[in-house]
Design a protein around this ligand. Structure first.
Ligand code: PLP
Length: 391
């Protein structure tokens, strides 16, 4: 009676959301402080002061709550293009910036704009689970590509995976779920590889970079993707940098160096129209424009990262120190990550198994939580480790 695909997606729900719902139920049963909910990437650091100032300044002003142009308010797109020009040295035009309801909407419309039936999208593993949904809805095929031991790019694997059907290489750096931040050198090498492959074909090969965690880096910030390859589209979101995940605001920026940039932008406008994503939240377009370059206090996440990584690796868990974002990717203590998560649940530790991220045998710990949650969870992680040692 209904669209079967949609019904299945609704009934299955995402594994992450499932655990998040369980966490809320469990907190009601045994009290919030007794549950260690590491499921969702919901920022715990308060938004920077510019957010509140701009909300208060504009609250009740009719124009700030009304429709904007479909791609966004002209002054907001102008401010973002100006920011990209001054911050990254790319001659960005406001005509190539589309305001969206966060990175999720940016992904949906960009993939829909570029892909045709059967086109392939290469994605290094592990990857944000919704990529599979978004690529599939755009009639594309997601092709997982292996990474190296530190979850950085394996260029040989990418080169081997590129076929005539490959339309997009989709990256996410800083990465969810591994915390890897691709280095400038590896991004430049990828850019050179894509340029070589692009020169061999009649249709452009695109690099799409999903970077909602750009400001959340514990070392050097990532190179701007448009600086390494011409046919690049950047998907940005203010969900994490400004702690505005629930307000749904971000943008798509098409590189001015991109082949047929204006036509691609027109296709992005069309995809946004088709999916009903025109006119991103009006007030938050303005807030975002006012807060460009600002960020929530990343030191809170750094403290959590250091605490958690130090404690877990000290106990004997195997994990790689995250370079950015707020996730720790840890090897499960048995092959079956789902079963490991079930056993972790017995200690009220709510972790996400890696299967839906495209690899087996790991769990993701989302440490964008109050510091006390991390501190109080350490004993539970220890008990879990010891329980495995005994069996
Ligand atoms: N892409 C990645 C890699 C993410 O981790 C997330 C959210 O966690 C999204 C996209 C969606 O972000 P948004 O809230 O901006 O839609």
């Amino acid at each position: 009676m209904f669209n079967k695909t949609m019904q299945r997606l609704g009934e299955e729900r995402s594994v992450i959301r499932e655990i998040f719902e369980y966490a809320n139920k469990r907190k009601q049963e045994i009290g919030e402080k007794n549950v260690f909910d590491f499921s969702l990437g919901n920022p715990s650091a308060p938004p920077p002061p510019c957010v509140e100032e701009e909300i208060l300044r504009l609250a009740g002003v009719a124009a700030a709550h009304g429709y904007t142009s479909a791609p966004g308010a002209p002054e907001v797109r102008r401010a973002i293009a100006q920011y990209i020009r001054s911050e990254f040295g790319v001659p960005m035009s406001e005509d190539l910036v589309y305001m969206t309801c966060g990175a999720a909407a940016s992904l949906v419309i960009t993939l829909s704009a570029i892909l045709r039936e059967g086109d392939e999208v290469l994605v290094p593993v592990p990857f944000f689970p919704e990529y599979r949904v978004f690529v599939t809805q755009a009639a594309g095929t997601l092709v997982p590509v292996s990474t190296d031991a530190a979850f950085h790019l394996d260029l040989a694997a990418i080169e081997a995976a590129i076929t005539k059907k490959t339309k997009i290489v989709l990256l996410n750096s800083p990465n969810n779920p591994t915390g890897a931040v691709y280095e400038e050198e590896e991004m430049r090498a990828l850019g050179a590889l894509l340029a070589k492959k692009n020169a061999e074909r009649s249709e452009p090969l695109f690099l799409v970079v999903d970077e909602p965690y750009r400001e959340l880096c514990y070392g050097d910030p990532p190179v701007y993707p448009m600086a390494v390859y011409a046919n690049t589209v950047v998907l940005y979101s203010f969900s994490k940098s400004l702690s505005l995940a629930g307000e749904r605001i971000g943008y798509v920026a098409v590189s001015p160096h991109c082949a047929q940039a204006e036509s691609l932008f027109a296709a992005i406008c069309g995809a946004a129209r088709y999916h009903g994503y025109v006119c991103a939240p009006s007030l938050f377009q303005r807030v975002a424009a006012k807060c460009l370059g600002a960020s929530s206090d990343i030191e809170l996440y750094r403290t959590n990262r250091n605490l958690l990584y130090g404690a877990l690796s000290g106990m004997g868990y195997s994990c790689i120190v995250p370079e950015g974002a707020f996730y720790l990717f840890v090897r499960a203590l048995e092959k079956d990550a789902k079963r490991f998560c079930e056993r972790a649940k017995e200690h009220e530790l709510l972790l996400v198994p890696s299967d839906s991220f495209g690899v087996e045998g790991f769990v993701r710990i989302s440490y964008c939580v109050p510091r006390e949650v991390v501190e109080n969870s350490i004993a539970a992680f220890k008990k879990l480790f010891e329980a495995y040692r005994r069996t």
